[in-house]
Design a protein around this ligand. Structure first.
Ligand SMILES: NC(=O)c1ccc[n+]([C@@H]2O[C@H](COP(=O)([O-])OP(=O)(O)OC[C@H]3O[C@@H](n4cnc5c(N)ncnc54)[C@H](O)[C@@H]3O)[C@@H](O)[C@H]2O)c1
Length: 284
């Protein structure tokens, strides 16, 4: 099925990033968020991200304006009715995602594909919340979506071959490399990444080194572009906690059991870059 118009539900870090990617690749985008203020803030974020490319001579100012013009912000689910593909990117919480899928199933056209950007949650549950399980799958972009080159494509047991072909073509049209993965918590990247991030917090709790020391060690010792605490702050500590909780619920392995410090920081509202502070302070 040809994809021309892409809907995005959830205007957080990933919703904004995926909207920018799809609009930059020529798709018309309808971006649904819960409030007008959030929608405006997201449009602002996309425009600023494109401005940075213009400043680096990687994009013409007129192209940047055309990309922004291809995104229609809305607070109304009904505006997603004509989308060929809708990518849900709301908070990593299964109950909230299931409610979104039920709503999308009611208002989108029968042929539309419904996808989730979940990092860890079972895609089959979202598929079975709809009357079109063959047309539901995972399309897992990475953060920041415009910069990261891969997308994990998750086929739940119910997904049709046509659905996976369509989202594969969409991913390629977005200039991303698709990787087919099983519907299992964490897929590939987060199943490998999060035990590492969780253990970095354990080392910090044990006082083995400071957070700066651990970040510097992993950059210099492993050639990683950023250390674990900078990465946790980028991902968002609430999202990181939800990912570890989902991994632990699936596998019950100690490495996936979220470290107490992570849970305490989320309770304290220290969520990383998006809240202004996490392991590091971003308010200055
Ligand atoms: N942050 C990352 O690095 C990353 C990377 C890949 C995938 N993801 C996944 O993308 C999804 C979104 O994560 P994010 O990082 O953009 O989070 P975020 O916190 O930046 O944004 C979450 C969005 O969900 C909305 N939301 C919260 N409660 C809601 C509700 N009850 N109903 C509808 N919307 C609600 C918020 O308003 C916000 O727009 C999650 O499934 C996450 O696992 C995140």
């Amino acid at each position: 099925m040809a994809i021309n118009t892409v809907g995005i539900v959830g205007a957080g870090i990933m919703g904004a990033g995926v909207a920018e990617v799809a609009a930059s690749s020529g798709f018309d985008v309808v971006l649904r968020s819960r409030s007008r203020e959030a929608a405006d803030a997201t449009m602002d974020r996309v425009a600023k991200s494109l401005d940075r490319l213009v400043a680096k001579d990687k994009l013409q100012a007129a192209e940047a304006a055309a990309i922004v013009a291809r995104i229609t912000p809305t607070t109304d689910f009904a505006d997603l009715a004509e989308c060929d593909l809708v990518i849900e990117s709301v908070v990593e919480n299964l109950g909230i995602k299931l409610a979104v899928f039920k709503e999308l199933d009611q208002i989108t056209k029968p042929r539309a594909i419904l996808a989730t950007n979940t990092s860890t949650l079972p895609v089959i549950e979202m598929a079975m919340a709809t009357n079109r399980p063959g047309q539901v799958c995972g399309v897992h972009f990475f953060n920041p979506a415009p910069a990261m080159g891969i997308v994990e494509l998750v086929a739940p047991l119910t997904a049709s071959a046509e659905t996976m072909e369509s989202v594969t073509a969409f991913t390629r049209a977005c200039a991303k490399t698709p990787i087919a993965v099983k519907d299992q918590a964490g897929f590939v990247v987060n199943a490998l990444l999060f035990p590492y991030l969780n253990n970095a917090i354990r080392l910090l709790e044990q006082g083995v080194a400071t957070k700066e020391g651990i970040d510097t060690a992993m950059k210099g010792g492993c050639g990683f572009p950023m250390g674990p605490f900078a990465l946790l702050d980028l991902v968002g500590l609430d999202t990181s906690l939800a990912i570890l909780d989902a991994l632990f619920a699936e596998f019950a392995e100690p490495n996936f059991s979220p470290r107490p410090l992570l849970r305490r920081m989320v309770s304290a509202g220290q969520l990383g870059r998006k809240s202004g502070s996490g392991f590091y302070d971003y308010r200055h």
